[in-house]
Design a protein around this ligand. Structure first.
Ligand code: KG4
Ligand code: ZN
Length: 341
């Protein structure tokens, strides 16, 4: 029998399930944001032989992982499932069959235990993660979400009030890392490998394009950068992989830093919040810190554990909405192409 931690008495508890892509994750949050359990089962090794995520493999793995992960989350929180006040799940964007599994399980628990259900937008989870991880309240800022599927520059006023200032026209920043990594024969996902290989490399050795750097808007384009690496590679026989990675990474980071700072200045915002898998990147974190220090802007970076996909960020959004009395109808469907706004 579980003995519930008495410091949780009276606090609402929200369980969230995240299955939008290739991580199966379950988290429990107490109150507005006290993370009491966060379990993530990565499927990277299952997809690695294919060089990318295979949807059928992803959903089959979610199916086997979800039940044990829910059990582990409850054990580590030290609570029985009956104590949960709301069940939430990511309803989009993501892979359809993967989203269906996570939402179906959350809806089933909600019906079985007679508790409300909430559908959460994965992008909102990333967007707000720099605040919750640091235990801060959400405040007006310019937010950059850089993940494997998305590159979004957002004017954020408060929870639920967002304006998209710019997005990628083609590949997402993480997709560019992964595609260039594939060209360099690095394992999937290549972002962390490029990050590591770039250390000590010459960032100025190759002048890769900084697309749309001076386009006068806040949109991005990374497919030209990938093409440029592809055409250059045959000429780089014998070149240092460290120099190639450092130069490529610098090109992406240059554009992200310049456009985000420009957006903060144009919108007169003194806070920048950065999230998504690519925000794990060590050079990105360093360059944003330098640029923010120089311009007197406060930088909030998502904690590394909250950068890549996880359920803690989904539970955090759900907890905010639960305290406002919000919930979703059980008829709410998944939406693989769900937009932030
Ligand atoms: O947020 P995330 O886990 O999934 C999506 O919602 O897409 O992001 C995954 C992406 C992958 O493209 C991966 O290569 C990239 O984040 N990534 C990195 C690093 N760690 C993960 N990219 C660059 N440097 C890193 N250290
Ligand atoms: Zn994500």
């Amino acid at each position: 029998m579980t003995t519930t931690d008495s410091s949780l008495d009276g606090l609402p508890l929200v369980m969230a399930i995240e299955t939008s892509c290739d991580e199966t994750a379950v988290a429990i949050v107490a109150g507005a944001y006290r993370l009491i359990a966060s379990e993530v089962a990565s499927q990277i090794s299952l997809h690695q032989p294919f060089g990318g995520v295979v949807p059928e493999v992803a959903s089959r793995s979610h199916l086997t992982q979800l039940k044990p992960l829910i059990g582990r989350a409850l054990d580590s929180a030290g609570i029985p499932i009956e104590r949960i006040d709301m069940f939430a799940a990511t309803s989009g964007p993501g892979l359809a069959t993967s989203l269906m599994l996570g939402t179906a399980v959350a809806k089933g628990l909600s019906v079985g235990l007679r508790k409300p259900y909430l559908a959460v937008n994965h992008l909102e989870g990333h967007l707000l993660s720099p605040f919750f991880g640091a235990g801060n309240d959400v405040e007006p800022c310019i937010a950059l979400v850089v993940s494997g599927g998305h590159t979004l520059l957002v004017k954020l006023d408060e929870v639920g009030k967002y304006e998209v200032l710019g997005r990628t026209r083609d590949d997402a920043a993480g997709e560019a890392f992964d595609k260039v990594g594939k060209l360099l024969q690095l394992p999937y996902p290549a972002g962390p490998h490029i990050d590591r290989l770039a250390v000590g490399g010459d960032r100025k050795r190759y002048d890769f394009p900084r697309s749309m750097l001076h386009s006068g808007d806040f949109n991005f384009s990374f497919s030209g950068l990938k093409t440029s690496v592809r055409y250059m590679l045959p000429k780089l026989e014998g070149a240092s992989i460290h120099d190639i990675c450092a130069s490529f990474q610098e090109a992406i980071v240059d554009v992200l830093v310049l456009k985000t700072i420009a957006a903060a200045q144009a919108e007169n915002r003194r806070v920048i919040a950065i999230s998504g898998g690519v925000s794990c990147n060590s050079r990105l974190r360093e360059r944003f810190q330098q640029a923010c220090d120089e311009t007197g802007i406060r930088l909030l970076l998502a904690a590394p554990a909250l950068c890549t996909d996880n359920a803690a960020m989904i539970a955090a959004v759900a907890a905010q909405k639960f305290t406002r009395g919000e919930s979703s109808s059980l008829a709410t469907d998944i939406d693989p192409n769900l937009k932030l706004v």
